[in-house]
Ligand binder design. Structure first.
Ligand code: SAH
Length: 375
């Protein structure tokens, strides 16, 4: 259960940060009837209204109370770019001068919004440019949902058919499972029929492997889980995804089994595997991956590495990626190669950097370029 929220009314409550339970508490404190919760939720998240005066079916007296005690305050859009492939990226500014990024990726049959859960990231994965920026803090529920609220509104303003958000992935900046409580509340609202009403199959949490939070998630939300695996030997994974030193492969894979035992037999776990030239892309790596994943129902996503200056890694050749995919497919594992989208506007995986007031001193560490990572 999440902790109850108290509303001391010192500051206005940003309604973008309230899930149904919190909204019920807020409305009760105002002395209003519970049915107002659904009305307000619809105005905020379905009608995308930020001005209480537009809420015409809400009494004038309640509107006056809301104006005094609450606000609907999204983040500030600082950069808004559309790629030639239709991908749209926003840089959004926060009150403390940090910036985060969100990306909309249109495909034939869906529109996916990729959102951030933290400012920067503490995990320090060696192939991810967000990690290089260090870590500032967790995003609040309002800051997470603000990305969805703004993207919905701005896509709607395009007035182009089909530019809708049908899926949300927590694959932007940050590690969602290290901001567990806020991310769970934000997901409550994504799934709420009076808000975004997304199906649980269309919301994906991506994790580098925060094992205790994976166990909690299994009981809290029936959403999709993606594991950023990337390596099948501890020695290599320690280097690529350093949280592996805390929760090693054996521990992580055991957690995946526990997670899937709580899911319906038809559901699948997504395995993300970034293809790094000469590092993790050999035939032997593919064979070992099959072994590691034995007994798990998975969908494998091979992600071509998106290079950035000073990363020290190279992108696997198309041939290497296809050969890797072939080995997996022959073993009966559904494997897709993720298309790189929005490269021209730096919106691809691992390219989201925002502006992070780093509190981890990570930046200093990277003044010396990494060497020899490809050997
Ligand atoms: N912390 C979470 C979510 C953010 S990263 C996680 O680790 O899953 C989202 C995905 O992008 C992860 O699978 C990550 O490994 C991948 N990624 C990061 N940097 C990348 C890069 N430079 N090229 C391709 N994929 C990258």
């Amino acid at each position: 259960m999440s902790t109850p929220v108290h509303f001391p009314h010192i500051e206005k409550t940003n309604l973008l940060g309230l899930n149904r339970q919190d909204m019920e508490a807020f409305i009760a404190e105002l002395g209003e009837k519970p049915f107002r919760v659904s009305q307000l939720t619809k105005w905020i998240h379905q009608m995308n209204v930020s001005d209480f005066d537009e809420m015409t079916n809400i009494s004038k007296s309640l509107r006056a109370q809301l104006k005094e005690k609450a606000c609907i305050k999204p983040l500030t859009v600082i950069v808004d770019q559309i790629s030639k492939d239709g991908t749209r990226k926003w840089v959004m500014g926060l009150d403390d001068n940090n910036q985060i990024e969100a990306v909309y990726i249109p495909e034939d049959d869906r529109g996916t919004l990729c959102i951030s859960s933290q400012i920067g990231c503490a995990l320090d994965c060696s192939f991810c440019s967000t990690g290089r920026q260090g870590f500032s803090r967790n995003l609040s529920v309002a800051e997470i949902l603000s990305q969805v609220w703004l993207a919905t509104r701005l896509l709607d303003e395009e007035k182009k058919p089909g530019r809708k958000i049908t899926n949300i992935v927590l694959m932007g900046m940050g590690e969602p499972l290290l901001n567990y409580d806020n991310v769970m509340k934000a997901i409550d609202v994504m799934l709420d029929d009076f808000a975004y009403g997304l199906s649980k199959r269309r919301v994906t949490v991506s994790t580098a492997g925060v094992v205790p939070a994976m166990d909690k998630l299994a009981d809290r939300h029936d959403v999709q889980l993606a594991i950023s695996l990337h390596a099948i030997r501890d020695e290599l994974r320690d280097d690529l995804v350093p949280i592996n030193k805390k929760y090693n492969l054996e521990t992580l894979i055991a957690a995946c089994h526990r997670f899937m035992e709580k899911r319906s037999p038809r559901s699948r776990l997504t395995i993300e595997y970034v293809m790094l030239d000469g590092v993790n892309d050999s035939k032997q790596d593919a064979e070992k991956l099959i072994e590691v994943l034995q007994g798990l129902s998975v969908l494998i996503n091979l992600i071509p590495f998106n290079p950035f200056t000073g990363s020290g890694y190279g992108t696997s050749s198309n041939n290497a990626v296809r050969r890797f995919q072939d080995v997996l497919m022959k073993a009966g594992l559904t494997t897709v190669i993720r298309k790189t989208r929005g490269e021209d506007i730096d919106a691809a995986c691992g390219q989201l950097v925002g502006k992070v007031a780093d509190k981890s001193r990570r930046e200093n560490k990277f003044k010396v370029p990494r060497l020899g990572m490809n050997t």
